[in-house]
Ligand binder design. Structure first.
Ligand code: AHR
Length: 633
């Protein structure tokens, strides 16, 4: 292979490799959002889903769900518990958590609750219990009587043992009654120790990738099962008790593994998404509903003469993210603790929407946004079928519109990824850029519940990604999807990162994504084999970049064959090279190899040094391997 360090082909934008976040597979509620209480505000369709009244034989009417829809449409339900000289242990409620609650020994937990006590004082005992019913942590709150308005109290306590599947029991002591809402329990070891925040291990896995952007909140949940359940960012900001819960699109029969208890509390809302993006140094990329519900579901569209509120949501989002604190939405951001702007530069309109209905709606959005915010880069969807008529139609229309960025999605077999490493070699070099916004190799078939994140899928993605990198002048951004999955609550597989109530690990696909992102460089340079790009001959795929900041040449090479291959890398157009190169390799002879909770790094990178002589490096490239070779200039 010859690497021509002085033949720069394209700039690699800092946003080249990013992450795609969607609340699917319990990614948000029950996942990264560290709330342990399921249905804390009693707003699920079945108001006591996740809760049990204890003991079961309390008199009828002791625990009643009340609804104040007229006075509080966002959070109408609460519980009223009647107490007749109740002693501790005689009346209570237990929450089962999201597939149990993961509790850590020695960790402090913040319990909080909103309450009203019309009569005399009530004592509330919050107790964490293990599956045997043994107490593993507890705290008591005194709720003063004669509270006509809603109040909030919180208390912290320490857990005495580690438990994957704890429950929270709340016992009442007193006479009269109590109203309860927003019953909440968070660990204190959240990301950046923010009260009511995110699971630190999950955010850390993202931060470790140094992603260039974070796309949120999806995915199909942007569109919703129907328009009523589309994602509306304005309902996800402000105090958590005012964020209106809705059903998750992945709750429905349209999910491949429906989860009837899957709702969106929006504890992770747009403010938190922007904050995570800022924390991990990623550009925020929000995707907004374009006036169309999921076309795989109800396919509802809003009539054109009622599109304006949707467009206004997009305009107001820019004000929320970037606006002065004196503006309406800028003030809401400031009141939430972030007076500085989030510096939003790009947004997506629509997710996997298609047909003339999409194009006509998109034109209205584009004009309104570009008129007011000409700098805003807009991402447009081109659907899910990269080889079909629908895709061709949309691509044609979007290119006619001079779309900034076209979002292509592909969930395909590993062979497709190998065959498509040259996909972008012949795309137009001018005009619209491409965002490979959702992709993942499917070990079985698209949306099969048997798909695995094995080494074969990851290796084929690595091969494909060399093609994305080589074409960085066309492909501006790329992200694997979906991002997270809970081992006991997923609807879609494969996924980049798997979690349970206490643990998390990156799949082989994650390890590949991470290496591309960490070693993205700043400029693509030519890497040729007999004057041709390295895109599949003998099962080898390669690309090269320089990093002007670290003064390195970085070569990525994939061997998708089952044979070791001798390779020589000759560097031209560079005056000197360091005597040693670092070679970081992920390899496994077993294409079925997985990572797991017990063996999270079974497929993961290891480093070795290679000699550089006369500006050449000789390597034996292992079978089924992906290597990143770095040498200082
Ligand atoms: O990533 C899972 C789903 O796949 C996304 O929600 C959707 O955009 C695509 O069809």
């Amino acid at each position: 292979f010859t690497i021509h360090a002085n033949q720069v082909k394209a700039e690699v934008k800092p946003t080249m490799w990013g992450v795609f976040f969607e609340d699917i597979n319990m990614g948000a509620d029950g996942g990264i959002y560290a709330e342990l209480v399921k249905n804390r505000s009693f707003e699920f369709y079945k108001p006591l889903m996740g809760w049990t009244v204890v003991p079961r034989q309390v008199p009828e009417g002791t625990v009643v769900v009340q609804n104040r829809r007229e006075s509080n449409a966002a959070n109408p339900r609460y519980l009223h518990i009647s107490l007749v000289n109740a002693a501790r242990g005689s009346v209570g409620i237990t929450n089962e958590g999201f597939r149990g609650m993961g509790i850590k020994k020695g960790m402090k937990y913040d319990f909080s609750v909103m309450y009203r006590v019309p009569g005399t004082d009530v004592k509330l005992h919050a107790e964490l219990v293990n599956p045997k019913g043994e107490k593993i942590g507890s705290a008591t709150l005194n709720l003063p009587g004669n509270t006509g308005t809603w109040k909030k109290q919180r208390i912290s306590f320490e857990a005495t043992t580690t438990e994957q599947k704890a429950k929270l029991s709340i016992w009442f002591e007193g006479n009269g009654g109590v109203d309860l809402d927003m019953v909440s329990l968070f660990p204190q070891d959240t990301w950046k120790n923010r009260p009511g925040g995110m699971r630190a291990d999950m955010v850390q896995l993202l931060a470790d990738m140094k992603p260039g952007f974070i796309r949120f909140p999806g995915g199909c949940i942007v569109e919703g099962h129907d328009l009523a359940t589309r994602y509306q960012w304005k309902k996800t900001v402000g105090p958590v008790e005012d964020r209106q819960l809705i059903v998750n699109r992945w709750n429905t029969e349209f999910a491949h593994k429906p989860a009837p208890d899957y709702f969106q509390s929006f504890g992770l809302g747009f403010f938190e998404y922007f904050q995570i993006a800022e924390d991990i140094g990623a550009e925020p990329l929000p995707i907004l509903n374009c006036g169309m519900a999921c076309q795989f579901n109800t396919a509802e569209v809003v009539p054109m003469d009622e599109l304006q509120p949707y467009v206004q949501d997009a305009l107001d989002l820019v004000e929320f993210a970037n606006g002065d604190v004196k503006t309406k939405w800028g003030k809401i951001r400031a009141d939430m603790g972030h007076p500085a702007p989030f510096n939003l530069k790009m947004m997506g309109i629509g997710n996997e929407n298609w047909g003339p209905q999409y194009v006509e709606r998109l034109k209205i959005f584009t004009k309104a946004i570009k008129d007011k915010y000409p700098f805003m880069q807009l991402v447009n969807s081109s659907g899910t079928d990269p080889n079909g008529d629908r895709f061709d139609y949309l691509n044609g229309e979007l290119r006619k519109m001079n779309a900034d960025i076209i979002d292509e999605h592909y969930y395909r077999r590993p062979e497709w990824f190998l065959q498509n490493a040259s996909r972008y070699d012949n795309y137009p070099r001018t005009g619209s850029k491409i965002f490979a916004g959702e992709y993942a190799a499917q070990s079985d078939r698209t949306v099969s519940v048997n798909n695995k994140n094995n080494w074969q899928t990851a290796l084929s993605e690595a091969a494909f990604m060399t093609g994305l990198e080589r074409n960085a002048d066309v492909v501006a951004m790329a992200s694997y999807a979906p991002l997270f999955a809970h081992a006991e609550g997923w609807q879609w597989t494969p996924d980049l990162i798997w979690v349970d109530n206490l643990r998390s690990y990156g799949t082989p696909d994650y390890q590949v994504q991470k290496l591309f992102s960490l070693y993205k460089g700043t400029d693509v340079i030519a890497m040729l084999q007999n004057n041709e790009v390295v895109a599949g001959k003998d099962g080898l795929y390669g690309s090269a970049v320089i990093d002007k900041k670290t003064k390195e040449i970085i070569v990525k090479i994939v061997n998708s064959s089952d044979k070791p291959q001798e390779a020589s890398f000759a560097f031209e157009g560079v005056s000197k090279l360091a005597p040693k190169a670092t070679v970081t390799t992920i390899a496994s002879r077993d294409l079925e190899q997985l990572n797991s909770f017990d063996n999270p790094l079974a497929v993961s990178p290891s480093d070795k040094q290679a000699e550089v002589k006369n500006k050449k490096i000789g390597l034996v490239i292992s079978p089924y391997s992906f290597s990143v070779v770095r040498v200082k200039m």
